[in-house]
Design a protein around this ligand. Structure first.
Ligand code: IFM
Length: 465
């Protein structure tokens, strides 16, 4: 029996010295200033203008106005006592149009940001692509077009030439599944295409662009750097032990997780997914040598985790085939607490996922590059949000990380998503993920209770009480 008189040790306290603690953001979600200093439109500037594409017709035109408030935002990260800040570079800001020379005025912003971070003892972690493809490259075919991978490698090298003397950790892409599938297959994100074939071609060319960029950066680096990619992963559990449910879970895991992990870490596409796609008339446009490029060794795998899912192979009417004769693959709603995104809160699945990664894809260190939650925040008259729901979410997920480490997963850091409330893509400003509240009328920043909780937790774990 537990001794209830003795305080239980919190697994979070087992996170080791040297564990990275940070917060993350991305360019289009916070910067604003979309037409300043030579920046040209990205696919998100265009998509936001499509009627009905984004909640309330909102755009990233101003967002958190971070472009003009950057030092104040860096000061917030410093006040939270975090050692790392993950941000993304806006491609159309630093290389307008997506090809040709760098735009010095655009690069200067990131130059100042890196210096500001380093000046405050915060390690900059750069993501090169967090979804803001220059519109001109979309007009030329976008990610389903192979040439975009080469354009990305050129762009990566150009950013590295400007910041590589100070930035030691580089992520090529954020969440290629979202760029490919939400953007090109399901039409929910920019550029809003709805074609499975385009989605899969986009996924392959994103991965190819990643591999090409890793090679270029490694060759250009004068000193050792940490290179990697961030994937959004989820768990897909079968609703029952039936063959149909197990197959639905296999297919969901294949399309969501293994389609990215296998080429990156095993230099091959998963054959079951290749077969599923073939049944839909879709082929991955792989050419000789592509898989070797994609699997160029990386130093860190960024993992973004928000929720898990349960899958069934039968629909509500008990059928295992849909009207077109395709196998049913249905996410089943569980009776579980959910965030404002309607995402299930399943921290144990996070542990399972991390343990599974270290078992199935050993040898690559993991960093949680995003984890967090949107809730319906209710600020008091001073703008303070007592977001106990978010505190609980972060605490449970950090415990999940600590438990995964205890079970052998090589997790080396954690970034909360996000520093600020920001533009949540198709949801506009409705969904708030920040640990710092942003009042969009005044641009006032107010740390929420979760920000103080995070600061105090990091201090405690580091033994700095
Ligand atoms: O806001 C996004 C982020 O841009 C990518 N990962 C998921 C977050 C929450 O939806």
């Amino acid at each position: 029996m537990d001794d209830i008189t003795r305080p239980q040790a919190d697994p979070i306290d087992t996170l080791p010295p040297g564990f990275r603690w940070g917060v993350a953001t991305s360019s289009y979600q916070i910067e604003g200033a979309v037409a300043e200093d030579g920046r040209t439109p990205s696919i998100w500037d265009t998509f936001c203008r499509v009627p009905g594409a984004v909640s309330n017709g909102e755009t990233g035109d101003v967002a958190c106005d971070h472009y003009h408030r950057m030092p104040q935002d860096v000061a917030l990260v410093a006040e939270l006592g975090l050692d790392s800040y993950r941000f993304s570079v806006a491609w159309p800001r630093v290389q307008p149009g997506g090809r040709g020379p760098a735009n010095p005025a655009g690069l200067a912003f990131y130059d100042r940001l890196v210096d500001e971070l380093l000046g405050r003892g915060i390690d900059p972690w750069v993501t090169l692509y967090h979804w803001d493809l220059p519109q001109e490259l979309e007009d030329a075919g976008g990610w389903p077009h192979r040439d975009t991978a080469h354009r990305f490698a050129d762009y990566a090298e150009l950013v590295f030439a400007a910041l590589g003397d100070r930035v030691k950790t580089w992520t090529t892409l954020n969440e290629p599944w979202c760029s490919a599938m939400l953007g090109y297959a399901y039409g929910q994100h920019a550029p809003g295409r709805r074609s499975l074939g385009d989605g899969i071609a986009a996924a392959h060319h994103l991965l190819l662009g990643h591999g090409l960029a890793v090679r270029r950066l490694r060759a250009a680096a004068a000193e050792p750097i940490e290179l990697g990619i961030t994937v959004n992963l989820s768990t897909a559990d079968p609703a029952s032990d039936s063959a149909a449910d197990r197959d639905a879970a296999r297919a969901a895991d294949g399309l969501g997780n293994r389609l990215y992990l296998d080429p990156l870490l095993r230099a091959r596409y998963p054959q079951d997914v290749v077969a599923d796609l073939a049944a839909e008339g879709v082929r991955i446009p792989v050419r000789d040598g592509d898989l070797a490029t994609i699997a160029t060794p990386i130093d860190v795998l960024g993992v973004n985790f928000y929720f898990g899912q349960l899958f069934s192979g039968v629909d509500e009417r008990g059928r295992d085939r849909d009207d077109e004769g395709r196998p049913v693959r249905r996410a089943v709603r569980r009776d579980l607490p959910r965030t404002a995104m309607d995402w299930e809160i399943v921290p144990d699945s996070f542990t399972d996922l991390l343990v599974r990664l270290s078992r199935d894809y050993p040898g690559v260190p993991l960093v949680i590059t995003e984890n967090g939650a949107a809730f319906d925040d209710r600020p008091n008259p001073d703008g303070f949000v007592a977001d106990d729901d978010r505190v609980a979410y972060l605490a449970e997920h950090l415990r999940a990380v600590a438990r995964a480490r205890q079970a052998g997963a090589d997790v080396r850091g954690y970034f909360a998503w996000s520093l600020l409330d920001n533009f949540e893509w198709a949801y506009g400003y409705d969904k708030r993920f920040g640990i710092v509240r942003v009042d969009y009328d005044t641009q006032r920043r107010t740390p929420k209770r979760s920000a103080y909780w995070y600061r105090d937790t990091v201090r405690r774990v580091r033994g700095q009480r």
